[in-house]
Design a protein around this ligand. Sequence first.
Ligand code: NAD
Length: 413
Amino acid sequence: MKNDALSTALSQFDDAADRLHLDDDVRGVLRVSKRELSVNFPVNMDDGSIQVFCGYRVQHNIARGPAKGGLRYSPHVSLDEMRALAMWMTWKAAVVKLPFGGAKGGVMVDPRALSAAELEDLTRRYATEISIIIGQSEDIPAPDMGTNPQIMAWIMDTISMHKGHTVTGVVTGKPVAVGGTLGRVEATGRGVLFVIEELCKQESINLEGSTVAIQGFGNVGSVAANLLRRAGARVVAVSDRSGGVYDGGGLDVDSLVEHRKAKPLVECSGVDKITNAEVLGLPVDFLIPAALEGQITSQNAGDVRARFIVEGANGPTTPGADRILEERGVTIVPDILANAGGVIVSYFEWVQDLQFYFWEEDEVNDRLRKVITRAYREVAAAAERDGVTMRQAAMALGVGRVVEATLIRGIYP
Ligand code: NAD
């Protein structure tokens, strides 16, 4: 059986292809990845042993520009998961009109089980293995689950050592000291905030005093929590893989961020504990899944009591759940729009690297707001016009733009 994420991605694509009346030839091109690299590579471990790790880099499509997409370190990484995530990256770049194709990579590893030296060695060896297909004009990785700016710096350094000169544009999400951009760490969470602000404007909702529950308290979830709280929303629940914490009056997000640096959320004192399943069922204005794929399924979609789901994670909602939620009147702002802040600011970082000219943080954030708000309005208008969900509208826009590029370029030779 196919990986669930891949089934979801393909089902969403097929639905968009039907709506766009795509012929079988074009569907055939876009349903599969353009390039898939699997690598098995050895790493010297601290105890003197050698361990072999398995990793991937998948480029789904490059019709609109160089491939772009994150790198995931997780024991659950699989080729099918990479295929799904790479495909979503293609549509995401097209929805927000970035000149990129889609890619994704990852290593099957629990990074928390490695020492710092092992993590660096694994990263440098993996970067070397995939260096045959990545590059600043070819395919530009970025952080995703389990990876961070330090890991991006090691990748940049490794590729630069091979070239004999510094190539900052080969990867984004780097520390600012080595060609990173201001605002990248917060970009995905800030994009979620901007999308919610625009949604509030369109739906005449007051963000101040609205309630929020977030599943996942990593890069995306914790930044979104922080920014939403600062914007006046009440973040009543957040969770990580250990479970969740709840406070109906609003959580102190700053102290949770501090706490999480050393310990799992459930070990936090002074707040009620709640399970991940309960987080998804809270009666809030905004539910933000910001952890893994396949969290809201046809089994638990009936329990969702949020008015809006804003997808910080990639692929958190299955097609079965989509149908149930639509019937129940829950509006979903889909991943390829809601979490595009990360790739948008990655694009800004890449542009700055290529020009050796760096922007102020305000400029980064203003441009992010402009790009993601424009995309939100386009998707919302298309959904309204065609009487479809925001996911269907976003998919039709994204897939449509990739089809257009594919057909204009023609099939080589
Ligand atoms: P991260 O590694 O920083 O954090 C992941 C969080 O999810 C952690 O708090 C972890 O404990 C939690 N988690 C893991 N398994 C869980 C489970 N079974 N139940 C509940 N929580 C669980 O990752 P991230 O970068 O924040 O990415 C989160 C999601 O957002 C992923 O789907 C990723 O693809 C997507 N995303 C990330 C970015 C980015 O810029 N980092 C951009 C777009 C989309």
